[in-house]
Design a protein around this ligand. Structure first.
Ligand code: AP5
Ligand code: MG
Length: 215
């Protein structure tokens, strides 16, 4: 499958992407995970992105497009991909359309996961993320806790709060989403690709996507 997962911070894009990869081997491409890996590895990209991310601002479009142009042409994308957190601005969406046309790739759908703001706030304050860049499993102290507190079930690395999970940064990320990313819904609606799924259960979201794709 070739999908975009659209949704506010904490809507469950990463959680749903990980469930979908198990269905047909499509790969999850999370620009947030890529950037956090770069921050941890202290690469030039990471050094440039870190300040924006910790404040809850978007990193510049040019940085993201450079990453994605390269990533979408890697071999593992041939079997399908789930774009998690990209595109996030109208210029990114326009450049993605051009890039996909150039590569001869057609999207199946854009799944817009719609979750109420109060649920989102609660989820982000209780999320834990595996800090191993090759794992980045997602947990929640309320809905999906690790078996041993603070330790990732999958790889044994520390499962920690992200640097952008302060109350201030979460509020700013939600405002940034409303201003810069929410307009993508009508962008993709006009292209006939948008499916908005209202629901706080990941199973509801996954089943709605499966139904739409006929799998
Ligand atoms: P990114 O990593 O993409 O963060 P985000 O969009 O803010 O989204 P999150 O990862 O916080 O939420 P999610 O929707 O994946 O939810 P999750 O599944 O974890 O981006 C981080 C930063 O990087 C940005 O702020 C920006 O600076 C930069 N960036 C990234 N991409 C960029 C781009 N394209 N352009 C510019 N800048 C970019 O779930 C949340 C929690 O809820 C978890 O604890 C989970 O266990 C729990 N949960 C999920 N589903 C359920 C459920 N159904 N029931 C109960 N709990 C649930
Ligand atoms: Mg995520």
């Amino acid at each position: 499958m070739k999908l975009i997962l659209l949704g506010a911070p904490g809507a469950g894009k990463g959680t749903v992407a990980k469930l979908l990869t198990k269905l047909d081997g499509s790969v999850q491409i999370s620009t947030g995970d890529i950037l956090r890996g770069a921050v941890r590895a202290k690469t030039d990209l990471g050094k440039e992105a870190e300040g924006y991310m910790n404040r809850g601002d978007l990193v510049p479009d040019s940085l993201i497009m450079g990453i994605m142009e390269h990533r979408l042409q890697e071999d593992d994308c041939k079997g399908g991909f789930l774009l998690d957190g990209f595109p996030r601005t109208i210029p990114q969406a326009e450049e993605l359309t051009q890039l996909l046309t150039k590569l001869g790739i057609k999207l199946d759908m854009v799944a817009n996961i719609d979750v109420p703001r109060d649920v989102i706030f609660d989820r982000l304050c209780t999320r834990r993320t595996c800090e191993n860049p090759d794992c980045q499993a997602i947990y929640n102290t309320k809905s999906n806790p690790t078996k041993v507190e603070g330790i990732c079930d999958a790889c044994g690395s520390p499962a920690v709060q992200r640097a952008d999970e302060t109350e201030e940064a979460i509020g700013h990320r939600l405002d940034t989403y409303n201003e810069k990313t929410a307009p993508l819904a009508s962008f993709y609606e006009k292209q006939g690709l948008l499916e908005t799924i209202v629901g706080t259960s990941s199973d509801i979201v996954v089943n709605a996507i499966k139904k739409k794709l006929g799998i």
